[in-house]
Design a protein around this ligand. Structure first.
Ligand SMILES: CC(C)(COP(=O)(O)OP(=O)(O)OC[C@H]1O[C@@H](n2cnc3c(N)ncnc32)[C@H](O)[C@@H]1OP(=O)(O)O)[C@@H](O)C(=O)NCCC(=O)NCCS
Length: 357
């Protein structure tokens, strides 16, 4: 390794950042995509570090500023994202040096704590070895909509086997459809525009149900901004369920491509009113319908929004996927004595926290 430099990144590094983020996410980002994703590298939103070896860009690591609320105490938090080291520079200690640079800078940048989540177990192990603490694990759940096509894509089956899989889907769907239309409920499901007054109801309910958890509070403007445009320019939909005009639940979701061209509906955020399973079920069924109409093979959800989340998903026919997300944190300053450092059940973590699925 030649001369190594790790420094704070600015918009002057935009071309290099774009190159590295394209490689890291395997997406054809433009510089304006990266500028948007990194919020113009405005220090109030994002802090980034970039590494150069002999003037060649070779690594990045970033902290997104977020607020984590725990029992009325708002903590300045850095959500660790966009960690990447170019293959030619792996296992050279560059990774360790970048992480240490970031950790050492965190107190002066005003952070109370850093946190992260990853589904790559090797990365979690490495981060823990470098000083993060495991908060806990959240398993990924999936509801299969087109089992045949999913299998064909996942196993990369040849053209001769594919028709058999597709015929299986043609049998599967009417069975599910008949089951769904025969189910009676009194929920009124509607799509909420991101400018709707209804958004305020959603964020108020979200605050209320999260009051005993560590979570990212978002007012209606922040909720709208969060779901404005996805990193890959995809869009999000917010569905609400009401009974006699009163909000009983809401779900934000989107379509995305995952793995070998697998089309997936992604449940981004779930805001259920307490134990109201019918509204929850009606919302999920609507999402399944919409995802199916958009060509989805599967719908994925991360049950990190409450203690009954996993049970509810299982009742809806979701199955545990092989992956799980490891949530980690590192205190930077003194945290409240009862802060749940090692208790994931007291954290609200969903894909709303990060579009990493
Ligand atoms: C993740 C990434 C940045 C790690 O960089 P790397 O150069 O491959 O890291 P290394 O394998 O050299 O590990 C560095 C140190 O981390 C620790 N470490 C790594 N893997 C570990 C493991 N499984 N268990 C414990 N410690 C581990 C060790 O301290 C190691 O130092 P050592 O070489 O003295 O043992 C890099 O692999 C990468 O960019 N991957 C693709 C993008 C990515 O996955 N980003 C994370 C998204 S969540």
């Amino acid at each position: 390794m030649g001369r190594l430099e790790i420094r704070r990144a600015s918009l002057n590094d935009l071309n290099d950042l774009t190159r590295l983020m394209r490689e890291a996410d395997e997406r054809p980002y433009t510089t304006s995509d990266v500028q948007r994703i990194l919020h113009n590298l405005n220090e109030d939103r994002f802090v980034a570090w970039i590494a150069y070896a002999d003037s060649f860009p070779c690594g990045i690591t970033m902290l997104e500023r977020k607020t984590l609320r725990w029992r009325n105490c708002d903590l300045h938090s850095g959500f660790w994202v966009n960690l990447y080291v170019r293959p030619s520079m792996r296992q050279t200690r560059l990774f360790v040096k970048m992480v240490m640079t970031m950790f050492q800078a965190a107190p002066a940048l005003g952070f109370d704590l850093l946190y992260a989540a990853t589904r790559r177990s090797q990365v979690a192990e490495a981060n823990i070895a470098l000083g993060m603490t495991e908060v806990g694990r959240i398993p990924l759940y999936g509801c299969i909509l087109r089992p045949g096509r999913l299998l064909a894509k996942y196993r990369r089956l040849g053209v001769y086997l594919r028709p058999i899989c597709y015929i299986a889907d043609c049998i599967y769907y009417p069975v599910v459809y008949l089951r769904d239309i025969s189910w009676q409920h009194n929920a009124t499901i509607a799509q909420c525009d991101w400018i709707d007054e209804g958004l305020h109801d959603v964020t108020t309910l979200r605050d209320y149900i999260s009051r005993d958890c560590v979570y990212t509070p978002l007012n209606s403007q922040q909720y709208k901004d969060r779901f404005d445009v996805a990193p890959d320019r995809g869009y999000y939909e917010l569905l609400t369920s009401r009974c006699n005009g009163t909000l009983r639940g809401a779900i934000a979701w989107r379509m995305a491509e995952r793995g070998p061209s697998i089309r997936a509906g992604i449940v981004m955020d779930v805001v259920p009113s307490s134990e109201d399973f019918d509204h929850f079920k009606a919302l999920f069924r609507t999402i399944h319908q919409r995802a199916r109409n958009n060509g989805a093979e599967i719908v994925l959800a991360l049950p990190g929004w409450g203690s009954s989340a996993e049970t509810y998903l299982q009742e809806l026919g979701y199955r545990r996927m092989p992956e799980q997300y490891v949530v980690m944190m590192r205190p930077i300053k003194n945290l409240p004595a009862d802060f749940p450092v090692n208790d994931i059940r007291k954290w609200r973590y969903t894909f709303a926290d990060n579009d990493a699925f």
